[in-house]
Design a protein around this ligand. Structure first.
Ligand SMILES: [Zn+2]
Length: 96
């Protein structure tokens, strides 16, 4: 499994990698940021999850990422050949 992370300014899209959380964006002075995390896993077929997470101040970005990973895990289980009664479409809608 490989994982890549990008951090960009919510307002102007500038790359914020290397800037401290409280540092304002050099382009537009906002501190709001988006965390982009891509996980790619090679299996018989290729699974991939690409998510852009808003960054509310009251909740750490990695908590949202853990939620996304939980949904990916549940979707992966629902698509296993021996899955019992899994409704993958309903689960996918729940993830959105
Ligand atoms: Zn900016």
């Amino acid at each position: 499994m490989s994982q890549t992370t990008r951090i960009t300014c919510t307002q102007c899209g500038l790359n914020r990698i290397g800037l401290a959380e409280e540092q304002p964006c050099p382009g537009c002075s906002t501190t709001a940021r988006n965390i982009h995390v891509t996980v790619t896993e090679s299996m018989a077929a290729t699974d991939s999850l690409d998510a852009t997470l808003q960054y509310p101040q009251h909740r750490a970005w990695w908590e949202q990422w853990q939620t996304a990973e939980t949904y990916l895990h549940r979707l992966r289980e629902a698509y296993q050949p021996d899955a019992i009664g899994g409704d993958a479409r309903r689960l996918a809608n729940e993830c959105l």
